[in-house]
Design a protein around this ligand. Structure first.
Ligand SMILES: Cc1ncc(C[n+]2csc(CCOP(=O)(O)OP(=O)(O)O)c2C)c(N)n1
Length: 583
């Protein structure tokens, strides 16, 4: 029997298939997803669970005339395969290749960009209202998971939609999982008879629950939703990881996201790096702190897995709080914990912390509460791409008074930084990158608690130029400075408040290169320029960092080299500055 998928160039081909071919199409989609993820890694579990749902959606709705908005977009590999991207799917998450999430620049079938959770309902309602206003036709569908129902933004959209009469279609892909098992009252409620009353109470017509792997039932429910003249929810029950035994058997995440793997002798083989990541090392020093001080608690917005907090959760079940995909709540909840005398460590990815900027200002910084933010994935993140880059934490957070912003160069810095932060009477941030720990360079001291500002990694006797760095870039700078007479290296270690004495010493000695893995717009380099301006230091300064543009998915190491954020780039920047030809 010849394969169906190679003949599907667009959703109209899905609609043209005889109904009895659809199960085979789903089977082929699963085989493709499993083999693509094996080769390049990716969001396997969520995409496997949504195969029938996506086939049914393309059967009933006519994308792109009908707009399909998937929350996050990580569950859409079947959608990508059915919308003309199959030939290129092996480039998924690679530089120049198929996007990790959804991007209208890639396909007109991706109605709106996605990557962060809980946006689908609001965005879909906006598209629907915009179309109504401008007299454009077409149905609009928001597809979201039960994880998306743990975030406030979804409810802001549901409240707005349910109070109106636009025929928004919400498809709830309920697999009872976020990345880890879903948390809170709503997932439990969804599996009771109360689900109907819950959505009806919010102003929606409720259809379901339907078996989300039963194509006939799904198609029927979606057809009914398509004819609705008012807001409607289709509640589909699905199984994450469906059809791939290793994912189905993975009780932690049902194969949510996996690195490349191979089948050998019927077994799944994954390559495992032996080295600890910054996340794992931070979780381990946090565990020590929790063991020493019963006031210390950890808070995570649905990232137990990514923040490596599973072992902590097992050891301190009552002191590790997964609060759902709710960054704003995680921050304000931490503020409350601190106000009550606990010592919260709120573990958040840089990119998701963006959601909670006002909570940091209003609920934490203004009252001066000693919340510690462990900001993970700060800097380039690689395959997750533009929506997930940790670009803006330094520039946005350094503007806030009395917030101390630390960044470790090596794993050995984590414990003194956490201890300094936990002992401080004010809020602190510890920002660290995605990736494994670099070795402590010879001769570099770690420092006594409480840590005091910057650390000289190399101090020239007759200084001509200083490389000022933040985080692991200090190691690249040391390598760059090797063999360059008169070059010093200063690890700023704290981006805010600055160690003014050390930086002024650097600026008065000669030109300064400031390198950071964050935007140069308002980042550490800008802070150094402000300091020099305030003190009349007239030296030449060059800023190296992330550009004033969104950095797409790709190999972070390659991107670093392209952006000059490695030893060679820093050597080049320093030499150019000394030659006087540089900006
Ligand atoms: C604002 C935000 N926080 C965290 C994440 C990380 N994240 C990606 S997928 C996911 C779980 C989503 O759960 P659900 O919507 O139920 O989809 P499922 O994977 O179960 O299909 C999370 C927490 C994100 N993308 N956006």
């Amino acid at each position: 029997m010849s394969q169906l998928l190679p003949r599907i160039g667009s959703p109209s081909d899905v609609r043209a298939l005889p109904e009895e071919d659809l199960p085979r199409l789903c089977q082929e989609l699963r085989e493709d997803i499993i083999s693509i993820c094996g080769r390049v890694g990716g969001h396997l579990g969520a995409s496997l669970g949504a195969v029938e749902l996506i086939v049914a959606l393309h059967r009933v709705f006519h994308s792109p005339g009908d707009a399909l908005l998937f929350d996050v977009g990580h569950q859409t590999y079947a959608h990508k395969l059915l919308t003309g991207r199959r030939e290129r799917m092996h480039t998924l998450r690679h530089a120049g290749g198929i996007a990790p999430f959804l991007d209208p620049k890639e396909s007109p079938h991706d109605a709106l960009l996605a990557g962060h959770s809980c946006t689908a309902v609001s965005a879909a309602l906006g598209v629907l209202e915009g179309r109504r206003m401008l007299g454009h036709r077409g149905h609009v569908v928001a597809v979201l998971g039960d994880g998306g129902l743990t975030g406030g933004l979804t409810f802001e959209g549901l409240n707005n939609a349910g109070g109106g009469d636009l025929p928004l279609v919400v498809v709830l892909n309920d697999n009872q999982m976020s990345i880890s098992a879903n948390v809170g009252a709503i997932p439990a409620l969804l599996r009771t008879r109360e689900a109907r009353g819950f959505f009806e109470g919010l102003g929606f017509t409720y259809l379901g629950p339907v078996d989300g792997h039963d194509l006939g039932a799904l198609i029927q429910a979606l057809r009914e939703a398509r004819t609705s003249s008012r807001p409607v929810v289709v509640h589909a029950l699905t199984q994450k990881g469906k059809g791939f035994p290793p994912a189905e058997a993975d009780t932690q995440t049902r194969g949510h996201a996996m690195g490349p793997y191979e089948w050998r002798d019927g077994k799944l083989v994954r390559s495992r790096g032996g080295q600890l990541t910054f996340s794992e090392a931070f979780a381990s020093v946090l565990e020590d702190a929790m063991a020493r001080d019963s006031r210390v608690v950890a808070v995570t917005p649905a990232m137990l897995e990514g923040s490596a907090l599973n072992a902590l959760k097992a050891r301190f079940p009552d002191r590790v709080h997964d609060v759902g995909i709710a960054e704003q709540h995680a921050v304000t909840f931490s503020a409350g914990l601190a106000a009550a005398g606990a010592r919260p460590v709120c573990c958040i990815y840089s990119t998701f912390l963006q959601r909670a900027y006002d909570q940091i200002i209003h609920d934490v910084c203004l009252p001066g509460l000693p919340v510690v933010f462990a900001v993970d994935r700060a800097g380039l993140v690689g395959a997750d791409g533009a929506t997930h880059q940790g670009t803006y934490d330094v520039s946005s957070l350094r503007a806030l008074p009395d917030l101390h912003l630390w960044s470790p160069m090596v794993g050995e810095d984590l414990a003194p930084m956490l201890d300094t932060a936990l002992a401080a009477p004010h809020p602190s941030v510890i920002r660290f990158p995605r990736g494994t720990l670099p070795p402590l360079p010879e001769g570099a001291g770690v420092g006594e608690v409480p840590l005091q500002g910057a650390r000289w990694l190399l101090r020239a006797a007759s200084p001509r130029l200083t490389l000022v760095t933040l985080g692991p870039l200090g190691i690249a700078a040391l390598e760059a400075a090797r063999g360059e007479p008169g070059w010093s290296v200063l690890d700023a270690r704290r981006a805010s408040p600055l160690d003014e004495a050390a930086l002024l010493e650097a600026g008065r000695a000669g030109p300064v290169v400031v390198a950071e893995e964050g935007t140069t717009r308002g980042g550490l380099g800008s802070a150094v320029l402000e300091l020099f301006a305030a003190h009349g230091v007239m030296t030449r300064v060059r800023l190296v960092g992330l550009p004033d543009a969104f950095v797409p998915h790709g190999d972070a190491r390659v991107q670093r080299a392209e952006l000059g954020l490695d030893a060679e780039g820093l050597r080049h920047a320093g030499r150019a500055l000394l030659e006087g030809g540089a900006r």
